[in-house]
Design a binder for this molecule. Structure first.
Ligand code: ADP
Ligand code: MG
Ligand code: ZN
Length: 607
């Protein structure tokens, strides 16, 4: 028995020793494997580079891995064999007199067969960059768009300018589908653009078979993927069917592809490139920075806001054109009336007006018969007035993307122009309930509010970070309020204040009561109903400070939004946020930067 045990023990020892050896070998092998893998990928890259530069590519030069300024200039300025035709169609069909920046380069690159990603803010005219080449090429261009409504907008527009374009989607009739599928392999190409949803590509073998036939006949001229960021899960609008679009480049490698988007970071674009199986795309990005725009945020004083805006318009912007963006159609009407009362030539513009009235307002504004358009976001499409000297936001935008785009309508002539936001506490919650149905609506709004609440960082740098742009703070050149008036803020310890105001909301919720932000302000300032007053510590802070702190706590998760729906409206209440419990912890502290013009903080709070 004892012998057996000894033997077993001896064997166990040797098995363990062997295992140890194996593990050592495994780790050595793993190390070797990872070294070989990295060597392999390096070799593959070298080979890929050599292959693609060995391939003929239409132009005499091989595609370079990076696209230089000179390359861009060449494509923006030089004449190509198709230039005359392209210019002709621009004027005769699209009725446009000249290209906007990057359009010519994009069109020339696409016409010369390059794969292209085009990143340009919404409304700058990306569609032209595939619609115009479509007219100047044999066969048809396949356009993938994520929403039927987006396709219909483009189809309506194309119809109005007599460009033959069709769509195949889930609601196409049998006859239409048949006609379109036949047209795809018709040498006379009865249409120049075919719009499809990505689902169609993913699900219809019939469509793929016709595409293949068209490809072999040389009739598939180009593939345009609109809203290309939808491919990537890292983008803000991922659509699963976009993931399957790689099949297009795999099946039709010789057809140039153009991907278009307004908002894609470089990592999203890399992802899209992989998903779409595009080897060496050229990426054109519209310059992000608008150096001639001055960005400023002002506190909105609800009572005097109109007077403040009127003073600007009659003073600094006398006789100059501008836009005042407002929250709602009703606001557009009211603010326009209020400005007219102050002798300013202003007209409202919103989606609910007669098309003829809208056109009239636009025309009168363009010809300077009115000075100001008081507009909702509906005022945007097709505005091409170069000398807009100011864009004033009577209400903050719902996202930084929106703000960038709306404010970007100023100064298109490259002369100085101002972009001023009036930042009001209550407006935050009006917008919050408006975007309640959007998945990322609150996050986007938070980003916009953080932009307004910011007191210490260059406004341009905040936008650059938001859009994932490389940024160097010197580039602002004092063209934002923060850079111009820098250091006009103090850092405060607001821990005690935060505890006080959070306990107000906690107390209310323990009594099953919901508080609107306004009610929270009032209660904290000692103006609430008597039954609450004895429970809370009224603050001596000013109204603006109270609001700023509540906003800070909302942005940082000490409060969060609590929506309640009635058949008529959505209510906004404040509830405790995920971080509110931290305030019970005596070592937890919160600091906040505040403008110095807010005076009533006790000096003890200043850090
Ligand atoms: P995007 O897709 O970039 O959001 P669109 O292609 O829908 O923009 O174009 C927005 C608007 O700009 C359209 O009304 C279009 O007619 C107009 N547009 C496009 N290119 C030009 C141009 N070169 N000059 C003037 N207007 C243009
Ligand atoms: Mg578009
Ligand atoms: Zn700045």
């Amino acid at each position: 028995m004892a012998n057996d045990i000894d033997d077993a023990q001896a064997e166990l020892d040797s098995v363990e020793a062997e295992l140890e050896m194996l593990e050592l070998q495994i780790s050595e092998l793993l190390e070797k494997q990872s070294k070989l893998n990295s060597r392999k990928s390096k070799l593959l890259k070298t080979l890929e580079g050599a292959c693609s530069s060995a391939q003929p590519s239409g132009s005499s030069k091989a595609p370079k891995p990076t696209f230089s300024k000179q390359d861009l200039q060449h494509h923006e300025e030089s004449d190509f064999s198709w230039s005359k035709e392209v210019q002709g169609e621009l004027m005769s069909v699209f009725k446009l007199s000249k290209f906007r920046p990057l359009q010519r380069a994009a069109i020339n690159l696409s016409m010369s067969g390059k794969d292209l990603f085009l990143v340009m803010p919404t409304g700058r005219g990306k569609s032209l960059c595939f619609q115009l080449p479509a007219l100047c090429s044999k066969g048809f261009t396949l356009v993938i768009a994520p929403l039927v409504s987006l396709m219909e907008d483009q189809l309506m527009y194309l119809k109005s300018i007599d460009v033959a374009a069709v769509t195949l989607n889930a609601s196409s009739s049998k006859e239409d589908s048949k006609r379109i599928l036949a047209g795809m392999i018709d040498k006379n190409s009865p249409f120049k653009l075919l719009y499809v949803t990505p689902e169609k590509i993913a699900k219809s073998k019939l469509l793929m078979s016709k595409l293949e036939k068209a490809y072999n006949m040389g009739l598939l001229a180009r593939i345009a993927v609109d809203e290309v960021h939808c491919c990537s899960q890292w983008g803000h609008d991922f659509r699963p069917d976009y993931k399957l679009l790689g099949i297009l480049k795999r099946q039709f490698p010789k057809v140039p592809l153009v991907g278009l988007t307004a908002t894609a970071t470089s990592s999203v674009l890399k992802d899209c490139q992989k998903i779409l199986c595009v080897q060496n795309p050229i990426t054109l990005t519209a310059p992000f920075n608008r150096p001639n725009l001055y960005y400023e945020v002002r506190f909105k004083d609800n009572e005097n806001c109109i007077d403040d805006i009127a003073a600007l318009i009659k003073g600094k912007y006398k006789n100059q054109s501008g836009i005042v963006y407002v929250f709602s159609q009703k606001d557009a009407e009211n603010v326009a009336v209020d400005l007219r009362k102050r002798d300013i030539l202003a007209q409202p513009y919103h989606a609910n007006m007669q098309p003829s009235d809208k056109t009239l307002v636009h025309k009168h504004w363009a010809s300077k018969r009115i000075q100001v358009v008081v507009a909702t976001v509906a005022f945007g499409m097709g505005i091409d007035k170069a000398d807009v000297r100011f864009v004033i936001h009577h209400t903050i935008s719902k996202s930084i993307e929106n703000y960038y785009q709306e404010s970007g309508r100023a100064g298109r002539d490259d002369n100085p122009a101002d972009c001023i936001v009036f930042f009001g506490f209550m407006d935050i919650f009006r917008i919050s309930t408006m975007v309640v149905m959007e998945n990322t609506g609150q996050q986007k709004l938070h980003n916009m509010v953080a932009y307004c609440q910011n007191v210490d960082r260059c406004r341009r740098s905040l936008m650059a970070i938001h859009f994932d742009e490389v940024w160097n703070d010197d580039e602002c050149d004092q063209m934002c309020d923060v850079c111009r008036h820098g250091n006009d803020y103090v850092t405060m310890d607001i821990t005690k204040h935060a505890q006080d105001v959070v306990s107000i909301v906690e107390h209310a919720s323990s009594m099953d009561e919901k508080l609107t932000p306004l009610k929270v302000c009032e209660a904290w300032m000692g103006k609430g109903p008597a039954k609450h007053r004895k429970m809370i510590t009224a603050t001596s802070l000013s109204r603006l400070e109270v609001e700023s702190i509540i906003i800070h706590l909302l942005l940082h998760g000490y409060f969060s939004e609590d929506f309640s729906f009635t058949p008529y409206t959505t209510h906004f209440y404040l509830k405790l946020g995920r971080k509110s419990a931290l305030l019970k912890n005596s070592s937890h502290s919160i600091t906040m930067k505040m403008r110095r013009i807010l005076p009533s903080f006790s000096t003890a709070d200043v850090i």
